[in-house]
Design a binder for this molecule. Structure first.
Ligand SMILES: Cc1ncc(COP(=O)(O)O)c(C=O)c1O
Length: 353
């Protein structure tokens, strides 16, 4: 650690992303990427991109994306914000709406980047325990929170909350900002986006990294009332005016245009998820009811780190977490049907000892 580090930098405990190996020798089920390529339309538009245009800055607001998202969801362009991956959008949300006296609450088991943003921006964080079955109980959140954030479906459990339940929270707590991170919503949930026109205390965050297979392109979104989006734009323009490059903007537009490919590939992932769930349940594996593109499982009698190690030896990367509450649980991304058949075989072998 350099002596030049600020106190804040010294004290940070950064988020640790899943391993990204340089070669393709592993079946990669550790970072919830899409096993299928981006839409052919996305690839065609990128191939046809006029490279000479790279000398010019992109549109700073992400105008092309805003237009595509507004058309897709039937909302106004003023209700859309676009950033460099939803991780950046989430960071802007923490910065725009909280300071060091305003608490943000989230489940103790959820996306582990939330406490990292809290620490980065010196925002007091309150972790509210999930129930024993890992479900989120929204009635347990203290009254003095300025905001509540959770992923829906939640990560890494995949457990989903219906929009009705979230709407009841928005109604009951009009002065609490509710941030719903819908990174995995397209794999079996219903989005809360239709609620943004009626609740000025709601922000919905989405990403093109999962259901639209563009993790490498880094595109994230926030949807909310105009005033909230203006807050995010103020932060963006005080940090980096151009978070989305020209290629990302045309890729995003094409991804939202090709609904047929989007629906086809997400249905394939859902079908493979259901197949894998049935197979693993048949082997006596414990799991949550995941509505995401991953499963959250526990293999009886095999500690999490051991299962992770054994699968790695067999050429499969998955994810395990240090929190003692879930250290024996594994998060496994849904790959292709072929990937999952291999995974089931290896789990069977592990259980047989
Ligand atoms: C719940 C959740 N939110 C946000 C993200 C960030 O996605 P990205 O920055 O690729 O848009 C992830 C990534 O895994 C996630 O699991």
């Amino acid at each position: 650690m350099s002596r030049f580090f600020s106190r804040n930098t010294r004290e940070l405990i950064p988020y640790v992303p899943g391993e990204q190996p340089n070669n393709k020798e592993f079946i990669k089920l550790n970072t919830n990427e899409n096993p299928y390529p981006p839409s052919p339309l996305v690839m065609e538009r990128i191939r046809n991109f006029v490279l000479e245009d790279l000398r010019l800055y992109p549109n700073s607001e992400g105008a092309i994306i805003k237009q595509a998202v507004s058309k897709y969801y039937g909302i106004s362009e003023e209700e859309v914000f676009a950033g460099n991956g939803s991780d950046e959008v989430l960071a802007f949300i923490f910065k725009a709406f909280f300071d060091n006296t305003e608490k943000i609450g989230f489940p103790d088991i959820t996306y582990s980047f939330y406490p990292v943003y809290g620490a980065l921006f010196d925002i007091p964080c309150v972790k509210v325990p999930v129930k024993n079955d890992f479900s989120i109980d929204l009635s347990r959140y203290p009254e003095d929170l300025k905001g509540i954030i959770f992923a829906n479906p939640n990560a890494p459990t995949g457990i989903y909350i219906q929009p009705d339940t979230i709407e009841a929270l928005l109604k009951k707590r009009p002065n609490t900002l509710v941030i719903v991170d819908e990174a995995y919503i397209d794999f079996g949930g219903e989005s809360c986006i239709p609620l943004i026109s009626r609740y000025d205390n709601l922000i919905v965050v989405q990403t093109l990294s999962k259901s639209r297979a563009l993790a490498g392109q880094r595109i994230g979104l926030a949807m909310g009332c105009k005033e909230l989006i203006d807050g995010l734009t103020r932060v963006k323009d005080s940090f980096n005016s151009y978070p989305l490059d020209r290629i990302a903007q045309i890729a995003a537009e094409a991804a939202f245009s090709d609904t047929e490919y989007f629906n086809q590939t997400r249905q394939m992932i859902i079908k493979t998820r259901q197949w894998t769930q049935e197979q693993l349940l048949g082997l006596g594996v414990e799991m949550t009811d995941s509505k995401a593109n991953f499963l959250f499982i526990r293999i009886p009698g095999i500690p999490g780190p051991e299962a992770l190690y054994k699968l790695r030896q067999e050429g499969i990367l998955i994810r395990n977490f240090k929190d003692p509450k879930i250290c024996d649980w594994l998060r496994i991304t849904i790959g292709t049907q072929d990937d999952m058949e291999k995974l089931v075989e290896k789990v069977k072998k592990m259980i047989a000892g």
